[in-house]
Structure formats: structure tokens, C-alpha cells
Design a protein around this ligand. Structure first.
Ligand code: DC
Length: 213
């Protein structure tokens, strides 16, 4: 079973999804980390995102492995390395949306997300989980917050991240753009804390019999 949580940058998805996963005893998948890891490697290889043919060739050479750590969180290993803090580098923030718009990148990560979750109960967060990766999931949530509040949240994390620029690129790309699934529960997190959002989602899930009694 997949609980899909989508939304723009700094809408609170990661903290909420991880906490919700822990409380349900589900695994947690941060799909953005996969896009960031591939971006990090493509930047290291100096592959121009304006050349999808070169990106596709580089993906063909890349050794990717993904799975779950003991704590239930997803990881991605790329050419034998597991990037962590590197995923938040300013260069990655700046380039991730451009690489993520390339169909070959989306296909590779989309397939991996589906295959790594087979037979598992997961909470997965991203931009297109409810619309493209698991469109048949009956458990879809879309988190949002005002741009001002999202900017403040990023700044409080000490991150240099042009979130509005990223959101614009993510929601206007041709393949699987950030959008609200027609059957998603939309939650404005502007004036809610993490516990508040988790409690709200858990209440809706409970109404659908999750967790099983
Ligand atoms: O969740 P995040 O901010 O770490 O995601 C980083 C970028 O990855 C985001 O700006 C666009 C891309 N992404 C995507 O295209 N599709 C997803 N499901 C998740 C992330």
C-alpha cells in the first residue's frame, strides 16, 4: 500500500511523511532524494542538462541501487556511494529541476520507485507520486503553504534554495509536472505544525481503515 504525499518545495512533505510512516509502521520514501542523487552525479560528470541525449547515455553507465535502511527510510546508492549532505548542496538545488524534467531521468527513477516498493507498505513523498508514479493509490495527499511561509522554512533550515523558481520549473515541465491529483486531499500547512498535519492525515487514513484494526 502506498500513501502518496505531493506538494511544492518546503510545504512540509519530508517531515510529515517520515513521521507519518513511523507512526503507521510503514517504510518512508523520499523520491526527491533520488532526483537529487542523480543530479549530484550528473553534475560531477559535468553533463549538460540541455543535452538529454548525453544525460541518457550517462544514466546508462550509472550504477544505481536503492532500498531501505534498518530504520525504514529509503536510500539510494550511486556508483557505490550513498550521498547524504551532498544532496543539499546549492549546486544540486539549482540544477535538480532541469535534470528532473528529462524523460529518461523520470522513467529511470519512476521505475525504481515502483519496483522498490513492491509488496511493502510505504509513505512516499514527491511531486508526481499521486499523479504519475502511483496514480491508482486511493491514499493521496497534497500539501501546500504560502510562498512566504515556505521561504521562511527553508531559510530557517539554513538553506540557499530558490524554491519559487524550482516550483515554476517543476510545475511547468512537460512530463509529470507538479500538480494536484483530482482525488487528493489538499492540506494547507501554513498554520499547522508537523504533528498537526500528521494527525490530520492519520485521521483521514483511519477513516479508510488504516492502520488495520
Ligand atoms: O522534494 P525535493 O525538494 O527534495 O525535490 C527536489 C527536486 O526533485 C524537485 O525540485 C523536483 C524533483 N522531483 C521530481 O521531479 N519528482 C518527484 N517525485 C520528487 C522530486
Amino acid at each position: 500500500m502506498v500513501v502518496a504525499i505531493d506538494g511544492p518545495a518546503a510545504s512540509g512533505k519530508s517531515s510529515v511523511a517520515r513521521k507519518l510512516a513511523r507512526s503507521l509502521g510503514f517504510s518512508y520514501v523520499n523520491s526527491g532524494a533520488m532526483y537529487r542523487a542523480v543530479t549530484w552525479e550528473l553534475l560531477r560528470e559535468q553533463i549538460d542538462p540541455a543535452r538529454p541525449d548525453r544525460v541518457e547515455a550517462a544514466l546508462g553507465r550509472m550504477k544505481l541501487d536503492s532500498g531501505f535502511s534498518e530504520n525504514g527510510d529509503s536510500y539510494i546508492r550511486i556508483n557505490a556511494e550513498i550521498p547524504d549532505l551532498e544532496l543539499r548542496q546549492i549546486e544540486v538545488n539549482q540544477a535538480v529541476s532541469a535534470y528532473s524534467a528529462i524523460p529518461a531521468v523520470r522513467n529511470l527513477i519512476g521505475q525504481r520507485l515502483r519496483s522498490m516498493c513492491q509488496g511493502l507498505d510505504v509513505v512516499m513523498e514527491g511531486r508526481d507520486i499521486g499523479t504519475a508514479v502511483f496514480p491508482d493509490s486511493p491514499h493521496k495527499f497534497y500539501l501546500d503553504a504560502s510562498p512566504e511561509i515556505r521561504r521562511r522554512r527553508r531559510a530557517a533550515q539554513g538553506q540557499d534554495d530558490s524554491i519559487e523558481h524550482r516550483d515554476k520549473l517543476d510545475s511547468t515541465r512537460r512530463v509529470a509536472p507538479l500538480s494536484v491529483a483530482s482525488d487528493a486531499h489538499v492540506i494547507d500547512t501554513s498554520h499547522l505544525d508537523i504533528e498537526g498535519v500528521v494527525g490530520h492525515i492519520a485521521g483521514i487514513l483511519k477513516g479508510s481503515g488504516i492502520p488495520a484494526e
